[in-house]
Design a binder for this molecule. Structure first.
Ligand SMILES: Cc1cc2nc3c(=O)[nH]c(=O)nc-3n(C[C@H](O)[C@H](O)[C@H](O)COP(=O)(O)OP(=O)(O)OC[C@H]3O[C@@H](n4cnc5c(N)ncnc54)[C@H](O)[C@@H]3O)c2cc1C
Length: 397
């Protein structure tokens, strides 16, 4: 693969750069990025940012033009990710909509669903969450117990979901429910597009060990969905569920750009923190570890480019996204653990007490979730073994 950019691609980069300079919140590029984390205000701020992206046609560049995207090429997508990471752009509040539900609906939804949901997904008017995991169904989603029972053209939904990211902001949920019992557990599951603002839906916060609130428990008590809200066929939701997971894992691979940037910050840290009057970067063991982290980060990024090329050729993502997901999440965890250990006994200090910047401690705590959310590392390894290497199936399933 040729990694140099053509004139057209460089033009794309400069158009995006100029747009970001004009449209990022005031002071953002100069480092004034403190945003109130009160749920309501934060949600309004992020929805405003997404609306701006939509107006500039920058919300979902990889989508086809007819659905509000730019039909972006692979290289343009790479440039887009690099530029967003470079300016530390605000979080995309509708990450689940843009990177997971939208592409799945474009691939498998009815025309009516596309008309009804796609535009509001782009503008940020309707934020989506993913209702897959349950207290007794995570890695093995076929064990899910949330039920949907037919009642005329309606379905009555009862059950509990857990770890629902963005659930407290969400207007809609891409929900998996059991619609019948079969000998094969992955049969009899159906995907519903469910309104989160109805009386039968209750969202309760889960506070993480880093003190933040990113996910929730969601309870469904006689909540309603309609026939028209089903994606794919009744009882055949497994295929749809997998299609969304493939999009999810491909999106997660893009975090390698963030990791590369974080590695550069780590290089700075090793220049700032001193031991015996010398910056840590002078220590040969530190240098060796840094080279090791750099080599693996760069290697993972190149692998990600290769996987994106396969996706582009095929038209939809495949199992390779599991490689990217595994590599980026495990490397992130290792890098932040190292960054904390470099600070010696002061590494345990946190928030305002932190030796250098709580950024390292915050990300260290957050990194554990990265190897779990979107499917655990063990599950990614199983997927790679079975679907890429062609090894026999996991005996436990
Ligand atoms: C930050 C974050 C965000 C999340 N966001 C969402 C969301 O928006 N929506 C949603 O539905 N869910 C979400 N989740 C939930 C996530 O998908 C599940 O936590 C994950 O799939 C694991 O399921 P579990 O927690 O039930 O663990 P379990 O499946 O019970 O696994 C427990 C342990 O057993 C291992 N294990 C299980 N099966 C196997 C196997 N066959 N082979 C080898 N090892 C195995 C696992 O790797 C793990 O170490 C999120 C989780 C996190 C951490």
């Amino acid at each position: 693969m040729d990694f140099s950019f053509t004139k057209k691609e460089e033009k794309f980069r400069s158009t995006l750069r100029s747009w970001l300079e004009e449209n990022l919140p005031e002071g953002w590029l100069e480092g004034k990025r403190e945003v109130l984390k009160e749920d309501e205000e934060y949600s309004a701020f992020l929805r405003g940012w997404q609306k701006k992206l939509y107006e500039g046609c920058w919300a979902a560049i990889a989508w086809p033009e007819k659905y509000g995207g730019r039909n972006a090429t692979l290289m343009e997508e790479i440039i887009y990710q690099q530029e967003m990471v470079r300016v530390k752009a605000p979080v995309l509040i509708n990450y689940v909509g843009i990177h997971m539900v939208g592409p799945t609906l474009i691939q498998m939804g009815t025309e009516e669903q596309k008309q009804k949901y796609i535009e509001k997904m782009l503008t940020g008017e309707e934020v989506w969450c993913q209702g897959y995991s349950e207290p007794n169904a995570g890695s093995d989603l076929s064990a899910l117990q949330t039920s949907a029972v037919k009642d005329g053209d309606r379905w009555i939904i009862n059950g509990q979901k857990v770890w629902t990211s963005f659930g407290h902001y969400a207007d809609k949920c891409f929900l998996l429910a059991r619609t019948s019992n079969h000998e094969k557990k992955n049969k009899g599951i159906t995907v519903f597009l469910v309104d989160m603002h109805q009386p039968g839906v209750e969202t309760r916060p889960i506070i993480q060990m880093d003190g933040e609130h990113d996910f929730n428990e969601v309870y469904f008590n006689d909540a309603i969905a309609y026939d028209a809200d089903i994606v794919g066929e009744v009882d055949e939701g497994w295929k749809v569920m997998i299609a969304l997971l493939m999009h999810e894992r491909t999106g997660i691979g893009g975090q390698l750009f963030t990791l590369e940037q974080q590695f550069d910050e780590l290089v700075k840290l090793t220049g700032e923190v001193q031991e015996n009057g010398q910056p840590l970067i002078k220590d040969p063991f530190v240098r060796q570890k840094m080279v090791d982290l750099y080599t693996r980060t760069r290697g993972s990024l190149l692998n990600y480019y290769r996987n994106l090329t396969s996706t582009l050729k095929r038209g939809y993502p495949g199992a390779e996204g599991s490689m990217d997901k595994l590599l980026v999440s495990e490397l992130t965890k290792e890098m932040f653990a190292y960054s904390v250990s470099l600070q010696g006994h002061q590494g345990v200090l946190w928030k305002e007490d932190a030796l250098v910047d709580s950024f390292w401690q915050d990300n260290f705590l957050y990194s554990f979730g990265m190897t779990i959310g979107g499917g655990t590392s063990e599950i990614q390894k199983n997927t790679i073994a079975e679907r890429i290497l062609g090894l026999p199936k996991d005996m436990g399933r």
